[in-house]
Design a protein. Structure first.
Length: 363
């Protein structure tokens, strides 16, 4: 069997590795970019590994996924924490009880904490939508909604929160705890010790795998392969026959500074001020020590053809259009749509691997 994989992101890399190492089948994997890894790629800039396309932290509670990815390299046990600038203070994101005490006077924070604990067990994860449904929690719910969610959402998605699927808000819940980690429920968390790109390269170390970069799907005759795995945009594959799926994009501005540190954390969100949503300081990911630092500003932007697709739009209209494309895709024989763009889904890294392994198990 011969396999063509279009796109060398996590989904494509996982399938290429399994097909070659497990099934002993030939694989041609192509990517239009100059590097593998998709948006997870990193690059060494003066001794600091820089996440080229925004911060990527590997986290999962799926033991089989963790065991799979750690075959290819050791991980630095990094626990991700995010701070947000609210009322001129840096508070924990997701909002938790520590954030409550950072913002409000002690007596007021104690009052609000008692009300929260009257409804939710310590350690609970609560959606902002659920929090807003309690009349006696309206004060704290309105504060969090206004200062953490509303303006960040307007910048990130360029639409009102009411227009988005509720799953958007469950990704960043309110935590009824004092655990400041961004992923408190995930057992395994970390960053590859040698970087993502080095780890991905090890996944392709098999003579049965041929890699071609700077190569478009249109450069390849797909009819010469037994299977095709397509991780590009599903609407583009069908020449936008049913319409264009909406996305949001980013403009990333990376700056090297002649100072040891810029800020106090790897990621600081700016939900209410400025036109950027966050600043990433890359040296924190692997606790790199250097006399200089590198930061990246993230500016959300509208997506137009030719831009990088970052985030599928989580709206009912977009879901319905994707479902129509999915029906067309199911009519194709031995063509599989994978990854973030093929499935029109914002995958965390572990979910991309999990989905690829699940597909592989059916082959």
């Amino acid at each position: 069997m011969t396999n063509l994989i279009i796109g060398a992101g996590l989904s494509g890399l996982t399938l290429a590795e399994r097909l070659a190492n497990d099934k002993k089948e030939r694989v041609l994997i192509i990517d239009r970019r100059e590097q593998i890894g998709g948006n997870c790629a990193d690059v060494d800039m003066g001794g600091i590994l820089v996440h080229k396309f925004g911060a990527h932290i590997f986290h999962t509670s799926n033991q089989s996924v963790w065991e799979y990815i750690t075959r290819f390299g050791l991980f630095y046990p990094y626990m991700h924490r995010v701070l947000g600038q609210v009322w001129g203070q840096l508070i924990a994101i997701p909002f938790n009880l520590n954030a409550l005490y950072s913002i409000f006077p002690t007596t007021k924070a104690q009052e609000l904490e008692s009300k929260l604990l009257a409804h939710f067990a310590f350690g609970s994860r609560v959606s902002i939508l659920e929090l807003r449904s309690y009349k006696d929690l309206q004060e704290i719910a309105d504060f969090i909604y206004e200062n953490v969610f509303l303006h960040y959402t307007l910048k990130q998605w360029q639409c009102a929160p009411s227009e988005l699927d509720s799953s958007v808000f469950s990704r960043v819940p309110i935590l009824i705890s004092k655990d400041d980690r961004y992923f408190p429920n995930d057992t395994y968390q970390g960053i590859p010790l040698e970087g993502y790109s080095a780890l991905f390269a090890k996944m392709l170390q098999n003579p049965l795998i041929e890699l071609r970069l700077n190569t478009q799907a249109s450069d390849i005759d797909m009819s010469g392969f037994d299977r095709v795995f397509y991780s590009g945009a599903i609407d583009e594959y069908f020449s936008y026959e049913l319409g264009e799926l909406p996305y949001r994009s980013l403009e990333l501005k990376t700056v090297e500074l002649d100072k040891e540190y810029f800020g106090i954390n790897s990621v600081i969100n700016y939900p209410n001020n400025y036109d950027f949503t966050r600043i990433i300081e890359h040296k924190y990911f692997l606790d790199t020590h250097s006399p200089h630092t590198i930061i990246t500003y993230e500016f959300p932007k509208s997506w137009h053809r030719g831009d990088e697709r970052y985030y599928p739009m989580p709206t009912k209209e977009a879901s319905a259009l994707y479902a129509a494309y999915e029906r067309k895709a199911k009519q194709l024989k031995n063509v599989f749509f994978i990854g973030r763009l093929g499935a029109y889904k914002y995958y965390d890294m572990d979910k991309a691997i999990e989905a690829a392994l699940a597909l592989y198990a059916t082959l």
